[in-house]
Design a binder for this molecule. Structure first.
Ligand code: SF4
Length: 405
């Protein structure tokens, strides 16, 4: 039966080409991430970019904060190319981006996109001159830019102008409303200035990041209505662990449901020594669970309850998920846009057979007191019953055979 719930039509945006990746237009919503290495450390940065790309990041941003970083960028690009990692690199510039891009032409060339924060390019006439320099470099090297506004570094001149106008308004808005509006105005005015300088609209992506879920939804709703530039979504400083994942998912899901967003980044604070690729996995899972993209087969597992006394099914579900994750790059490239494969690992016969029949492959493990047998369903039909101590490895083998075929 068709679902009564549907995604809103995708907002029409101007597609932007970033190396081989298209952001906006009819292109799938792109997953991107950012390194946390010192870019001047070529070895560590190459390793992390490659890991993020392997996890499925389609664009990777690196900070270019000083001369040593700018000098390292072409070497990072060369090393990645030599290793067959062709993920486009985005340079994140603040304060001295104009200088780094002009003094290090090999850096300007090696990057596939420049991120410009209009709140961090200088003040007054310096700001316009330095912003113009970055746009001119982008035009010279035929690169797109992201004009990325962040409420932690909002252009104070735009904010002051809007607060002044608000103080004279008949019905003044709240401070939060003015801040949100100032972010949108800063992004749109900067994009218009870039166009006036000669950068075409199909070289411009916008973002307005905040760290509060409701503000992000309000800001992007406003931004989407005011322009047709491609939009980069992300909740900034989302936080650690489940808090960061839940907050990012809540904010991005609402916007994506409204058809807003052409590329997403999930900004998670990793545990010390934690896996940076986690943010890529979460971004993919957001898109996949919303039915926007297919990255990997889905594993459906029941939560378990008093009917399961062993941890066999949790262990098996985890192993199947890991196996699929290892195979993910193959799926990401081969199965893009194809309906997702679904594997069900269920704890007992209560919901096991029913859920398994709806999956491509499903197993219903024996719960407490049940016959120690596990029926396996393939393509909706019972294919066999597994028994004995090798049940888990037998099922893994069945999944592997199915994936191979
Ligand atoms: Fe419990 Fe069985 Fe339902 Fe799993 S399928 S949650 S084990 S009743």
């Amino acid at each position: 039966m068709a679902s009564a719930f549907r995604l809103a039509a995708r907002r029409q945006s101007i597609p932007v080409q970033i190396g081989p990746v298209t952001v906006g237009g009819d292109a799938p919503v792109v997953v991107q991430s950012m390194t946390n290495t010192d870019t001047a450390d070529v070895e560590s940065t190459v390793r992390q970019v490659a890991a993020l790309a392997r996890a499925g990041s389609e664009l990777v941003r690196i900070t270019v904060d000083r001369e040593e970083s700018a000098a390292a960028v072409p070497h990072i690009r060369e090393r990645l190319d030599a290793a067959g990692v062709d993920v486009p690199l985005v340079g994140d510039f603040h304060y001295i981006g104009h200088k780094l891009l002009t003094d290090y032409p090999a850096c300007a060339e090696a990057l596939a996109k420049y991120r410009i924060n209009p709140g961090n390019v200088g003040f007054r006439e310096k700001r316009d001159r330095q912003f113009a320099t970055m746009i001119e470099v982008a035009m010279q090297y035929d690169k797109p830019v992201r004009i990325g506004v962040n409420w932690g570094s909002l252009d104070q001149e735009v904010l002051a102008r809007m607060m002044d106008a608000n103080s004279k308004a008949a019905s003044p808005k709240s401070g939060d409303e003015i801040t949100n509006e100032a972010m949108v105005v800063s992004a749109v005015e900067s994009a218009q200035l870039a166009e006036e300088l000669g950068l075409p609209a199909n070289r411009i992506i916008l973002s307005c990041k905040v760290s509060a879920v409701q503000s992000l939804i309000a800001v992007y709703g406003d931004l989407a209505a005011r322009c047709n530039y491609a939009l980069h979504l992300g909740l900034t400083e989302a936080g650690m662990g489940s808090k960061g994942i839940v907050a990012s998912t809540a904010a991005l899901a609402v916007l994506l449901q409204q058809g807003i967003g052409d590329t997403i980044r999930v900004s998670l604070t990793p545990e010390p020594g934690g896996d940076r690729a986690q943010e890529v996995i979460v971004a993919q899972q957001i898109l996949q669970t919303m039915g926007l993209r297919s990255f990997m087969p889905l594993v459906t597992a029941c939560p378990g309850c008093g009917r399961t006394t062993s941890t066999l099914f949790q262990k098996l579900a985890g192993e199947i998920q890991d196996y699929i994750r290892d195979r993910m790059p193959v799926w990401a490239t081969t199965f893009e846009g194809v309906e997702t494969m679904n594997v069900a690992v269920m704890g007992c016969i209560v919901n096991g057979p029913g859920e398994s029949k709806h999956a491509d492959i499903g197993i219903s493990l024996p719960g407490t007191g049940e016959d120690p047998a596990a029926p396996v369903f393939i393509d909706g039909r019972k294919a066999m019953t597994l028994r004995g101590p090798n049940l888990a490895s037998d099922f893994r083998g069945i999944v592997e055979d199915y994936v191979e075929k």
